[in-house]
Unconditional design. Structure first.
Length: 117
């Protein structure tokens, strides 16, 4: 799990190449766990709701670009263009289609987006 998160952070601005299904989902799991840990740390401090929201919003802002790059690299791994990410703009069905894409097994051969990792 930690190795996938290290790859995620080291590829912060990398929109080229591929990301395996395993790396993608372990990174999502790591982000979920970190969010829960932040909640456990911030919750008992009994800070004002505005401060808690600010902390979580800053965390979300920090993750926007690396999450986009991870999602695009995952689409590249199944031989889809990164432009498919725009499906997320279609309410409901777009997100469902992207989740199906993210669950699709990797293409086990080199493609136009790079070699197998």
């Amino acid at each position: 799990m930690v190795a996938a998160f290290k790859k995620f952070i080291s590829n912060y601005f990398n929109f080229k190449g591929r990301s395996t299904r395993k790396d993608f989902w372990f990174t999502i799991l790591d982000i979920f766990i970190i969010t829960i840990i932040i909640g456990f740390i911030v919750g008992p401090l009994q800070l004002e709701d505005k401060i808690v929201n600010l902390i979580l919003e800053l965390y979300g802002l920090i993750l926007i670009i690396p999450m986009l790059s991870l999602e695009i690299r995952r689409l590249h791994d199944i031989n889809k263009s990164g432009w498919w990410i725009l499906l997320s703009l279609i309410p409901g069905i777009g997100s469902i289609i992207l989740i199906v894409f993210y669950c699709t097994p990797s293409i086990n051969e080199n493609n136009k987006y790079g070699a197998i990792e």
